[in-house]
Design a protein around this ligand. Structure first.
Ligand code: RUQ
Ligand code: CUA
Length: 658
């Protein structure tokens, strides 16, 4: 009975609140005020056993049919190698952008020559890599604010970085770092997207050449790579990029400075023990071997100075990448270290750029460093070199405050109202704490909110910009256990949307059954302006210009030169032209298809039985694929998007004569 009264009260409150706040705005007022809440709302709530908090959460996250979300969230798909787009607050999945792994619906890397070439950009030696472990998406920024134009993401497994164009939500480029084999502190952009930062994870000899593991200290190294991004071209330019060599500590997360710290970058590390394993040789396990020391090192690097040093020619070219070696980096004042406890994980720069927050992982604190203290310590030469000659700044001189939050602090976000939020992996909680400016005593833990379970990253609305929005925060949880209907031993992760306008509250649980999300970024929806249709008929989505193979209606043809066959096709509702292809066994076929439609959403797909090809031919696009007709036979090809009532008729025969 008590619960019923409470429910009634909250529903009444909500109605009056809605009616009150919509005064003056006719349409929504009219709808709610005239109709009120449906008479059976109480009955539904009761029947479903909803608490007032549930009803609140439902009202905060429900996006009515035909209405759009306020934010886009871009979250990594982990070892599915993709990038997932989610609307907030509804938490509806909008797209699963193929990045490192082929994907049939988008016609990505399954025959289509444009995307195959993108994927080939990330090949390692002669190995065609067709998977990835995507970790940290970074939206492009202008003056430290997301500008909605590009998003970058790294592949931890093979040390690669991808560029995704937010005009059409497609991957346009993958680059491979020529000197390392795994990255992690990636991707993070400088405030005007001059560079995309990438830090090594596991140190290897440069170019991952062979060197005995006993030579770890002498020969193994890590790099921090600054990938130069050219906005006009929409590409990373490897020839204009460079690396800073760093010791073979295992670098972890990074972040770029902003405003007062613009020009600097920061990367955490662990394994300053230089441990190399050997659990079958009587050595400790890696997890204990790399966790012996109480302090590891925050790497503090000046990318602006580094760019000047590169321009002055003070680098070595290693495997085609310009690398500033450690002694030069030290001499030029590009690289410093600061002690940090203890195998930390995330490093996050506050929105004002003044403070750098390091989350302890094996230490229950977050440690806050002040940029002005770092600069002072550098000026005063308050340092002692590490074993590689890199200056280690005096901890007490650069550390401003430490806040004890709980067990397993990993990542920190900000709300723009003076609060910070840190995920606590072991506590399965979100810690909200107060930033205290320059006053160490003003830093304080405010409250902890439970999340389910084992939260890794967290992402707040516009959280990595100079002006975060607050409002929403998403906890990206590693374990789901009992949260959803069981689906066998491989469980989804649980993304929990939280309302952080007041005391943080979980308002939505979203099963992420696509791939493990690592990091995510949340951007205001109106900052993006995706296209509906490619600009001109015959558009090459990768090159972003009319394709030389564009085919207009009436120009369809089959050209033969010996056993080289070139097909110029068009697609339009509801036919493919030509719809009959006669080949000879042994022909090499290059096939171009132009979707001559200009209507929004008039996409045609293409699959050809017996060949490994799947295309997405979006309105006005031209796509190409090639294959060897090695087997004689009769084949069917057809459109895979249910584009019209006569979609099933949108097919053709391919005959390969013996
Ligand atoms: S990691 S759960 Cu790749 Cu960002 Cu921290
Ligand atoms: Cu085109 Cu179905």
């Amino acid at each position: 009975m008590k619960r019923l009264i409470l429910l009634t009260m909250i529903l009444l409150l909500l109605v009056s609140a809605l009616a009150g706040c919509s005064k003056g705005k006719e349409t929504p007022t009219a709808v709610v005020a005239e109709g009120g809440l449906p008479a059976d709302a109480m009955a539904i709530a009761q029947e479903r056993g909803l608490t007032p908090a549930d009803i609140n959460a439902a009202l905060k996250t429900f996006v009515p049919s035909g209405k759009w979300d306020d934010y886009y969230m871009f979250t990594s798909g982990g070892h599915s190698g993709n990038l997932i787009v989610i609307g907030i607050p509804s938490m509806r999945i909008l797209k699963n952008i193929a990045v490192f792994t082929p994907e049939a619906w988008q016609g990505y890397g399954i025959g289509d020559l444009g995307s195959e070439a993108v994927l080939d950009g990330g090949n390692v030696d002669d190995v065609k890599i067709r998977m990835g472990d995507s970790h940290h998406p970074a939206l492009s920024e202008t003056a430290g604010d997301y500008d909605g134009q590009w998003v970058f993401i790294n592949d931890k497994a093979s040390a690669r970085v991808a560029v995704i164009d937010l005009r059409d939500f497609r991957t346009k480029q993958i680059v491979k770092d020529p000197n390392i084999i795994s990255n992690h502190g990636s991707t993070f952009v400088t405030p005007n997207t001059e560079y995309v930062i990438q830090g090594t994870q596991y140190a290897v000899p440069m170019g991952w050449e062979y060197a005995p593991i006993e030579n770890y200290k002498e020969e193994y190294r890590a790099v921090i790579t600054l990938w130069k991004f050219d906005r006009d071209k929409g590409r990373i330019i490897p020839e204009e990029s460079f690396s800073i060599e760093v010791p073979p500590y295992w670098q972890d997360l990074c972040d770029a400075g902003k405003l007062v710290s613009e020009g600097w970058g920061f990367c955490n590390s662990f394994n300053t023990e230089l441990f190399t394993g050997g659990n079958m040789q009587g050595n400790p396990q890696f997890e204990s071997g790399v966790s012996q020391r109480d302090m590891d090192y925050l790497h503090i690097f000046n990318w602006k100075k580094a760019a000047e040093v590169i321009a002055a020619g003070k680098y070595e070219e290693i495997n085609g990448m310009r690398v500033i070696r450690i002694p030069t980096a030290v001499e030029e004042g590009i690289l410093y270290l600061a002690p940090e406890p203890k195998s930390p994980h995330g490093v996050d720069v506050t929105p004002d750029g003044k403070y750098i927050v390091v989350a302890g992982k094996l230490d229950p604190h977050v440690t806050v460093y002040a940029m002005n203290k770092i600069e002072q310590a550098i000026a005063d030469k308050k340092w002692a070199p590490d074993e590689f000659g890199v200056p280690v700044l005096d901890f007490d001189s650069v550390m401003l405050a430490q806040v004890e939050l709980g067990l397993g602090p990993l990542h920190t976000q900000f709300d723009g109202q003076g609060n910070a939020y840190t995920s606590l992996f072991l506590d399965s909680a979100l810690a909200k704490w107060k930033l205290g400016g320059d006053d160490p005593a003003a830093y304080a833990l405010l409250e902890k909110t439970p999340v389910q379970y084992n939260v890794g990253h967290i992402a707040a609305a516009e959280g990595d910009t100079v002006s975060p929005d607050g409002k929403y925060l998403v906890a990206l949880n590693k374990w789901a256990l009992d949260r959803f209907l069981p689906v066998g031993p491989l469980l989804p992760q649980n993304l929990q949307l939280m309302d952080i306008t007041g005391s943080p509250q979980v308002i939505y649980d979203m099963a992420m059954g696509v791939g493990e999300p690592h990091y995510a970024q949340i951007v205001k929806a109106d900052k993006l302006s995706p296209i509906n249709v490619y600009p001109e008929i015959g558009w090459d989505p990768i090159e972003w210009k009319v394709s030389e193979f564009a085919t207009k209606a009436g120009e369809e043809r089959i050209e033969r030169d010996g056993n080289q066959v070139t097909i110029f096709s068009t697609s339009i509702r509801s036919h493919l032209t030509p719809d009959r292809i006669e080949l000879k066994q042994g022909d090499h076929v290059t096939w171009h298809i132009t979707n001559i439609e200009t209507a929004h959403d008039a996409v045609h797909g293409f699959q050809l039985g017996g060949q490994n090809v799947s295309l997405s031919i979006e309105p006005s696009a031209t796509v190409s694929f090639e294959f060897d007709a090695n087997n004689s036979g009769t084949y069917a090809y057809y459109c895979t998007e249910f584009c019209s009532a006569l979609h099933l008729e949108m097919m053709g025969y391919m005959l390969v004569a013996p």
